[in-house]
Design a protein around this ligand. Structure first.
Ligand SMILES: [Zn+2]
Length: 101
């Protein structure tokens, strides 16, 4: 059983790693960003912590790339169905999210 304390620490680490990934992208180091995301996801899996929703749209589940709209991903909105379709331009993987009105 994983304690809430450990989960909280894991969540903090995930947040830090995503911030680092963002910074790495700014420094034009996408490979580094990828490694931070891989690590964040591993921590999440090991500690049974979900990736916070604000980060879910920021990486590709398939190739772990940090997604930046109009740079390495395409975003399409379907306002009728309230869906966001994000296409990773690195590997072509498509993620679909539901958003609230
Ligand atoms: Zn991808």
């Amino acid at each position: 059983m994983i304690s809430n304390y450990r989960k909280r620490i894991a969540l903090e680490r995930i947040e830090i790693l995503f911030n680092e990934a963002k910074r790495a992208m700014k420094l034009k180091k996408p490979e580094l960003a990828k490694r931070y995301i891989e690590l964040a996801r591993k921590i999440g899996m090991r500690c049974n912590v979900k990736i916070p929703s604000q980060y879910k749209t920021k990486f590709c589940k398939k190739c772990n790339v940090y997604l930046i709209p109009s740079k390495n991903c395409k975003i399409k909105l379907d306002s009728k169905k309230h869906l966001i379709k994000i296409t990773c331009l690195e590997c072509g993987n498509i993620k679909i999210f539901r958003y609230k009105k």
